[in-house]
Design a protein around this ligand. Structure first.
Ligand code: SF4
Ligand code: SF4
Length: 301
């Protein structure tokens, strides 16, 4: 199924210490008309779901309303990812949620973490989520964590309020690149990645919407620019790239093992870190591209 993370703008009204979207440059924004044309093209290219993300989409509430309404008209599933700055009281939360629901939004995703909550009160998350419950809009809370004990009380807060949440590992990219890494305690795992594409405000399309769009040494996940190539062609490029498909199906650990990483080393990396080690290195990337073109016969079970 074709889905896409839509970066309408990288502007945000807060500055989280862990932000992946922040790359130190000036915020960028798409033109509204251009965004509408792209959404129409996406529908023709059989894209079925769009997640509005990047900076804070609801800074541009009216524009978001128009884009969500267009998606609804074209039969596309929509999600908006927000930091909930607008949900200061239950009444204010209701105003926004009722509006988004009327525009046809399918789901709201509320970002929550000890970094977000330095800037936005935790009560905003409760107000936003409870407004979704009251007004019949599907929602979930994305609880971003580095799995440290400091996050226990944040998780307990969500449990105490009986809110629907899912933990998501912090990605050590963007502003979080220098964060201290706690030792991981997981088993040797495949590290397969579904790879959701990301459309940036300058119309560059990447095969990965997280750390991979910042692999500047190789630009491995850059598919092209939607102003120069059709979205259908760019999606095809993502779907037919043999190495991307091995990342999706065989997993990054097997590729790392083939590239010479010891098993002990592999279990020490988070998925995106291991991905960066392999695919942001021109030497290792060259090796793996050659092997994947040959059908991965030397590293597949
Ligand atoms: S709310 Fe999201 S986009 Fe804004 S600074 Fe925090 S992590 Fe980045
Ligand atoms: S594992 Fe790689 S492809 Fe997947 S989200 Fe992380 S950086 Fe992107």
């Amino acid at each position: 199924m074709r889905t896409l993370a839509f970066g309408y703008s990288t502007r945000c009204n807060i500055k989280c210490d862990h932000c992946v979207a922040a790359d130190g440059g000036e915020p960028e924004k798409m033109e509204l008309g251009q965004a509408k044309e792209l959404i129409a093209e996406m529908a023709e290219a059989r894209v079925q779901g769009i997640s509005f993300t990047a900076g804070e989409p609801l800074i541009y509430l009216d524009d978001m309303g128009e884009l969500v309404a267009l998606c609804h008209e074209l039969g596309l599933y929509t999600r908006v990812v927000t930091n909930s700055f607008w949900a200061k009281t239950p009444d204010r939360a209701d105003n926004i949620i009722v509006f988004l629901k009327q525009m046809g939004l399918s789901q709201l995703r509320l970002s929550y973490s000890r970094w977000h909550q330095k800037n936005v009160l935790r009560q905003n998350i409760v107000n936003g989520a409870e407004s979704c419950q009251r007004n019949g809009l599907d929602y979930f809370i994305s609880f971003v964590t580095d799995f440290s004990a400091a996050d226990d009380e944040y998780e307990q807060f969500l449990r105490d309020h009986k809110l629907r949440f899912f933990p998501e590992p912090v990605i050590f990219s963007g502003r979080a690149k220098g964060f201290e890494r706690l030792p991981l305690r997981t088993d040797y795992q495949a590290n397969c990645c579904p790879m959701n594409p990301y459309l940036a405000p300058n119309l560059d399309l990447f095969a990965c919407c997280d750390a991979g769009s910042h692999f500047s040494r190789t630009n491995f996940f850059h598919l092209g620019n939607a102003g120069e190539s059709s979205l259908d062609a760019l999606f095809n490029r993502s779907e037919t790239n043999p190495l991307y498909n091995y990342i999706r199906t065989v997993g990054i650990s097997t590729l790392a093992s083939f590239a010479g990483f010891t098993a002990r080393e592999i279990v020490q990396y988070r998925k995106c870190e291991l991905c960066e080690k392999l695919f942001n290195s021109p030497e290792l990337l060259g090796l793996l591209e050659k092997e994947s073109a040959a059908g991965l016969k030397n590293c597949r079970r």
